[in-house]
Design a protein around this ligand. Structure first.
Ligand code: DGY
Length: 324
C-alpha cells in the first residue's frame, strides 16, 4: 500500500476517508511540522497532503525521492515550488472554488469594518471611554459609506467576481483590473493605474505569483485615490505593508482591512499593528466550518485520485499528465 504523509489533522472525515486508500502518517500537532521532520517523514512516502504553512521548496522536492504526488489544502500555492514538482512529473492538487464565497464574505466584512471603524468603536465601548457627558455626537466615529462609492477589484477571478456581486448589492460602482483581459458583467475594466486613481475602496484578489509580488508597492499606493480604503484578503507579499502603514499614518488613505501578511504570524514590529485605522485578521478568509470541510474533502479527493492512478480533479500543473 502506498504511504501518504498528512502535515495536519483535517476537519470532517477527510483523513479517515484517505486512510481507506493508503497507509497514512499524520502530524498530530497544531503547530506546523518542522521542515527537517517533514523531510524525514517524507522519505517513506509517495504522497503528501500539506497546508500553506508548509514550505515545499526545490531542496525538499529533490530530497524526497519517493514522492509522486502532492495535494495542498489551499487555493494559493505560493508555498510550493511548482517548477520543481513539475520537472519531476509530480502533480500538485489545490482547492479552488470551494472557498470563494467565504473569502468574498470576509472581504466585505473587512470593507465594512474598516469603513465604519467597527473595531475602533468596539474598543471604545469596552474600555469605558463612552463619555456620559457626550453620549452621541454628530462627529462621533464617522466613517465612509459603501453605497455610491467606487470599488476597484484587483483580480477578476472567482473570488474577485464574488466580491463584485456582493458589492453590487451594497450599491457600489464596480471597477476591475485583471492581468489577462477578462470581461465581468457589471464591472468596468480599467488599466491598473486608472483603477488605483478612481477607486474609493480597493480589494486585492489576485494570487501571489512572481508577477503580482509587490503589485501594491509604494508607487501604486501613492497613486491610490486620497481617502481610499484598501482591503487585502489575497496574500501579504502583494502589498507593501510599510508603504501602506505610512499612507495610513499620513492620512493619505482612510483605512485598511488586512487578513494576510508578508510574514505570518505578524511580527511584533509590523507597522500596521499600532494603527487604529487598520482592521486586522489572522488569515481567516476561508475560515468557516463548511468551507474548511469542503477544502479538506477536495484535498483528499486529489490524493485519492492520485493513489488510484487517476489525474487529480483539481491540478495546478496538469501538464505532468502529458497526453493522458
Ligand atoms: C488559500 O486557500 O490559499 C487561502 O489563503 C486559505 O484561506
Amino acid at each position: 500500500m502506498k504511504k501518504v504523509f498528512a502535515s495536519s489533522r483535517l476537519p470532517g472525515d477527510a483523513l479517515s476517508r484517505l486512510a481507506e486508500h493508503c497507509e497514512l502518517d499524520t502530524w498530530e500537532s497544531d503547530s506546523p511540522v518542522p521542515p527537517a521532520v517533514l523531510r524525514d517523514r517524507l522519505q517513506a512516502c509517495e504522497g503528501l497532503l500539506c497546508l500553506l504553512t508548509n514550505r515545499i521548496d526545490a531542496d525538499l522536492v529533490a530530497a524526497c525521492t519517493r514522492l509522486r504526488f502532492v495535494s495542498s489544502m489551499s487555493v494559493g500555492v505560493d508555498h510550493v515550488d511548482l517548477d520543481a514538482l513539475t520537472r519531476r512529473g509530480i502533480p500538485l492538487g489545490n482547492t479552488p472554488g470551494v472557498l470563494v464565497d467565504t473569502t468574498a464574505d470576509l472581504t466585505l466584512a473587512l470593507m465594512l469594518a474598516a469603513a465604519r471603524r467597527i473595531p475602533e468603536a468596539d474598543r471604545f465601548v469596552r474600555e469605558g471611554r463612552w463619555d456620559p457627558a457626550a453620549p452621541w455626537h454628530p462627529n462621533m466615529f464617522v466613517g465612509r459609506d459603501l453605497a455610491g462609492a467606487t470599488l476597484g477589484i484587483v483580480g477578476l477571478g472567482a473570488i474577485g467576481q464574488a466580491v463584485a456581486r456582493r458589492a453590487a448589492g451594497f450599491g457600489m460602482h464596480l471597477l476591475g483590473w485583471n492581468r489577462s483581459p477578462r470581461e465581468v458583467r457589471g464591472v468596468q475594466v480599467l488599466a491598473f493605474n486608472e483603477l488605483l486613481a478612481e477607486s474609493d475602496f480597493l480589494s486585492v484578489n489576485v494570487a501571489l505569483t512572481p508577477d503580482t509580488r509587490n503589485l501594491l508597492g509604494r508607487d501604486a499606493i501613492a497613486r491610490m485615490k486620497p481617502g481610499a480604503v484598501l482591503v487585502n484578503t489575497a496574500r501579504g507579499g502583494i502589498v507593501d505593508e510599510q508603504a501602506l502603514a505610512e499612507a495610513l499614518v499620513a492620512g493619505r488613505l482612510f483605512a485598511a482591512g488586512v487578513d494576510v501578511f508578508g510574514r505570518e504570524p505578524v511580527e511584533p514590529d509590523n507597522p500596521l499593528l499600532g494603527l487604529s485605522n487598520v482592521v486586522l485578521a489572522p488569515h481567516i478568509g476561508s475560515a468557516s466550518q463548511r468551507t474548511r470541510e469542503r477544502m479538506a474533502a477536495l484535498a483528499v479527493d486529489n490524493l485519492v485520485a492520485a493513489l488510484n492512478g487517476d489525474p487529480m480533479p483539481q491540478c495546478v500543473n496538469p501538464e505532468v499528465y502529458g497526453s493522458l
